[in-house]
Design a protein around this ligand. Structure first.
Ligand code: SF4
Length: 468
């Protein structure tokens, strides 16, 4: 069974992840490391909290006038000699990239890490059109070799141990490879260097795009982003439309908190600022630059219940601290974006029906909101999503029945009073030592992995009149 196979129920996908020793080892090591690095970075940065508030305010103010900033961005990019394409759906976005590839005669595309390109399943489309996509971020390169999908927003191969990566390289190169990260990186670098020189097309995402200057910003640690944006003849950047920021001053706020939240670095190793194609007299840069602005359900959510999810910087901090993600990893979620923010993004992109199980894959502990650099209230939106799923009658009938009854009882004092003796009677065959450990029929699942406290012989309400 594949953990990303959506025909398999979420519970089984999660169960399989829990039973995978390698996955558990890799997740524990990596997420614990990220949590510590992030904590230390903010401990040493007293302005951090204020900048988080400021970043949130900028995101909100930008969303309020997004149409204006997008128009400004388009003007700015075009003034620099670039081309902007607006894609409402993944199909449209793929079509734009494939048309550019066909017109320019591209046979090979080098890519830097881009969740937007994962979202539109660009690699599969390129392959089908006869263009070979080569992932050049080390983590993406690893999972491309393994024919897998990313399991983390910033660390796509987080689910693999170094031993597994060494085995993968050994199989590919048909020789022994040491499970040493430096050696593995050196091998990947040698393999990729030639590809950078051969590729006709460079495809990237974008962490931000600055409206008033037309600057597309990439934040990377490996330098591959610079090679992808400067060596091929054509550069295409695919970006969610909400990534626009008004000015360079605003950009500086985000850059100061992004790397700290993601990897605990003061700043990522490379911050690449792309301003259109190569100009006369410049030694490097592409002949053509294209920016693809991807909507795919985002614009609709500006006025929707998931609006705050549009603040997301894709730093991955909420995944690292999430007690569910830390146990099951990213693949069990089944979609492009994993973790707590991934549930919201999936609901945004695929509709609430797609997350009827995932919406419950959260303890609502609030760790994600605490870690988020722009303080997105993920738990609140997950509760809202659960309500929407309930109201849309997408949830299983047992769940709807239970919640529906509970809603009626809790909303009516007289019903609440009468329901207590009835509930005590009904629980009698199942309550032992103050706990209910299993209930029959369609409700069995509720007690399969948890027990419930039995109703007390007297509620606080009933005791109250006799208390002094
Ligand atoms: S929701 Fe917040 S913590 Fe999670 S990836 Fe987005 S910005 Fe980072």
């Amino acid at each position: 069974m594949s953990e990303t196979d959506l025909s398999v129920p979420f519970r089984r996908r999660a169960g399989s992840a829990l039973g995978d020793k390698h996955l558990q080892e890799a997740l524990t090591i990596a997420t614990t490391k990220f949590i510590g690095l992030r904590r230390d970075a903010f401990d040493e940065f007293p302005e951090g909290e204020r900048l988080r508030d400021l970043a949130r305010e900028i995101k909100e103010a930008t969303l309020q006038h997004l149409h204006r900033y997008v128009e400004q961005l388009i003007d700015s990019v075009e003034r620099l000699g670039g081309h902007v394409h607006y894609a409402t759906t993944p199909e449209e976005a793929r079509r734009v990239v494939l048309d550019i590839a066909a017109r320019t005669g591209a046979r090979m595309a080098v890519k830097s890490k881009s969740m937007a390109s994962e979202e539109i399943h660009l690699n599969e489309a390129l392959e089908a059109a006869g263009v070979i996509p080569i992932e050049t971020d080390l983590g993406e390169y690893i999972i491309q070799l393994a024919h897998e999908r990313p399991s983390h927003i910033i660390a796509p191969a987080i689910h693999k141990t170094k031993g597994q990566v060494a085995d993968l390289f050994a199989k590919e190169l048909k020789r022994q490879v040491a499970a040493d990260p430096e050696e593995l990186t050196r091998i990947a670098r040698v393999e990729l260097r030639q590809k950078f020189l051969e590729a006709d097309l460079g495809i990237t995402g974008a962490n931000f795009a600055v409206a008033d200057t037309g600057t597309v910003v990439l934040v990377t640690n490996e330098g591959n982003g610079r090679m992808v944006t400067s060596l091929p003849r054509v550069h295409v950047a695919v970006m969610g439309v909400e990534k626009v920021v008004p000015s360079m001053t605003d950009l500086m706020v985000f850059l100061q908190i992004l790397a700290k939240s993601a990897t605990g670095q003061k700043l990522s190793v490379y911050t690449t600022l792309v301003r259109g194609p190569r100009r006369p007299g410049e030694l490097e840069g592409p002949d053509e630059f294209h920016l693809v602005l991807l909507d795919n359900g985002r614009i609709r959510q500006i006025a929707g219940p998931l609006r705050e999810a549009l603040y997301c910087l894709r730093c991955g901090a909420c995944l690292n601290v999430c007690p569910v993600y830390r146990q099951i990893g990213g693949h069990a979620y089944g979609y492009t974006y994993p973790g707590p923010i991934g549930i919201l993004l999936t609901a945004m992109l695929e509709g609430p029906g797609s997350v009827k199980d995932l919406a419950h894959a959260s303890s609502l502990c609030g760790a994600c909101a605490d870690a988020c650099p722009v303080r997105i209230d993920i738990p609140k939106m997950l509760v809202e999503l659960r309500r929407e799923i309930h109201e849309a009658r997408i949830a299983p009938w047992t769940e709807r029945l239970a919640y529906g009854l509970m809603e009626k009882v809790l909303a009516s004092p007289s019903l609440y009073r009468w329901s207590k003796p009835l509930a005590r009677l009904l629980q009698r065959p199942f309550a032992r030592d103050g706990r209910i450990r299993s209930v029959p029929l369609a409700f069995t699942e509720w007690t399969r992995t948890r027990d419930l406290p039995a109703l007390a012989p007297q509620t606080f309400h009933e005791q109250w009149p006799t208390l002094k």
